[in-house]
Write a protein that binds this ligand. Structure first.
Ligand code: ZN
Length: 364
């Protein structure tokens, strides 16, 4: 189909025409890297800031609060450059609750400051998401997310506080174990079926999230935990930043059976842009073609329908294809999806409406 997204030559840096397809992106690590500042005015490094969000049509997204494991202080993904063939990183070290609580409080504070300055709106209800969609001039909407629930005590008292502070999305684990569940370590080729399922505290956490209206995110959770969450039937199954295991056999990607369960629950997969999870060889290589993101999206759509495909970049948390570059490159991805057969309605779903649907379902 014809797609009215055409890049225009600008002066300094990016200057795309206003994207006709607003994007809600399911995962970024900008709050972790934003300690250096500059998201409002723009910055020379990183993948995401407000000027580039405007250029790329990104009007909303899930902003992760992530505390690195000891020795992982360079960020959530630190794979050997050019790593290929069989690869297994050990399960990352646990993070003690007091360490995570302090770190996460500071990161959430950075988001609160951006809201106070009028640069972003922190989503507390679905109307906040709709407002950002309706008005390109409004501040983009940010969903506050905990990537790994170590900042929450196992008695869940802090969850109430975090909800009051705007928390609306939570992944029980990053790629490590905690009081609630066990994440998958980065391994290739590997099934996601590594380690035990949810703990009793993990089951209580999912139930409390459903009660409060906090979306539960399954990216990084191992397969046993995934099926435990599915069995609780707390809400649509959502993997915010993952790929298809049939395309790239990484432990972080979703098997066909998991995809089918996501569809049955009316959930979604935010297709990740992180190079190792896209590629058939797990290389952490910026020369990874944009077409591989499209291949994962096409695979998931062909298997379970475009209603269950969305975007989950991992901006500022991973190596992404240089061809895409950063958030300003989103229109290129949408054009490539259009060229791969996604029609205008399907692109509107993938770009925004599917995320809107699952957020609304969890927040009711
Ligand atoms: Zn992640």
């Amino acid at each position: 189909m014809r797609c009215r997204i055409h890049p225009q030559r600008g002066g300094a840096g990016v200057a795309y025409a206003e994207a006709v397809i607003p994007v809600f992106d399911g995962h970024n690590d900008t709050l972790t890297s934003e300690g250096r500042g500059g998201i409002g005015a723009g910055r020379a490094d990183g993948h995401l800031d407000l000027p580039r969000m405007r250029a790329g049509g990104m009007r909303g997204g899930i902003f992760a609060v992530f505390t690195p494991s000891p020795g992982e202080d360079e960020g959530p993904l630190k794979l050997a450059a050019g790593a290929a063939g069989a690869f297994a990183k050990p399960l990352a070290a646990p993070v003690p609750h007091p360490v995570a609580a302090a770190d996460a409080t500071a990161a959430a504070g950075r988001l609160a400051r951006l809201e106070r300055e009028g640069l972003l709106t922190v989503a507390r209800e679905i109307g906040d998401v709709d407002a950002a969609f309706a008005d390109p001039a409004a501040p983009p909407v940010a969903v506050l997310h905990l990537e790994g629930a170590e900042a929450i005590d196992s008695g869940l008292e802090a969850l109430e506080h975090w909800h009051a502070a705007g928390l609306r999305s939570l992944g029980p684990v990053w790629s490590r174990a905690n009081a609630f569940a066990t994440g998958v370590q980065f391994a290739f080729p590997s099934s996601p079926d590594i380690g035990p399922g949810l703990t009793a505290a993990g089951r209580a956490l999912v139930g409390a999230c459903a009660e409060l209206g906090i979306l539960v995110d399954l990216s990084h959770l191992n397969e046993a935990g995934f099926w435990d969450v599915a069995g609780l039937e707390a809400g649509p199954l959502v993997a915010s930043h993952s790929g298809a295991h049939a395309v790239a056999a990484a432990s972080r990607n979703l098997t066909d059976a998991q995809l089918d369960a996501i569809a049955a629950s009316d959930g979604l997969v935010g297709i990740v842009f992180a190079a190792p999870f896209l590629r058939p060889d797990f290389a952490d290589d910026p020369a990874t073609p944009l077409a591989l993101i499209v291949e994962h999206a096409r695979y998931v759509a062909d298997r379970i329908g475009s209603r269950h495909v969305a975007l989950g970049s991992d901006f500022d948390g991973a190596t992404i294809p240089a061809e895409l570059g950063d958030v300003a490159g989103l229109p290129k991805l949408l054009e490539a999806l259009a060229a791969a057969g996604f029609d205008a309605e399907q692109l509107a779903d993938v770009g925004w409406r599917n995320w809107r649907r699952v957020l609304d379902a969890w927040w009711r």
